[in-house]
Design a protein around this ligand. Sequence first.
Ligand SMILES: [Ca+2]
Length: 140
Amino acid sequence: MGVVIIDGTTVRDFVNDETQFTKNIDDQFTALDLNNDGVLSRSELRTAFQSLRLIETDFGIDVATTPEQLTRLYDSIFEQFDVDGSNTVDRHEFGSEMKKILLAIADGLGSSPIQMVLEDDSHGLLQKAADLEASKTAAA
Ligand SMILES: [Ca+2]
């Protein structure tokens, strides 16, 4: 676990850096595709959101939510990702929805920095956004 400070600009810069963003999304997708069939299933996507901790931190949903409510929530997220209704999420669907979600988070954050606790894994996107910000700060 690590604590990072991010604001809307941090997230927006990360999303707008097309090359880096695509690479990060690609890495993340590959890591999430546990059975390597090239698409994300309902449970693979659920694992993704659990590891990102977006549910607790950004959608403002009570962590005491019941398992049934959580399942409904993850189902609705899945349906949002699964644009063509194929019951799987492909690389393109994943990338374009993650972009929308991250930009929505950026709008929500605005210019007020927040502290965010992240799982200590190497492929959290908000972690990458924070790393990008840190590397720029170091270079400046
Ligand atoms: Ca899969």
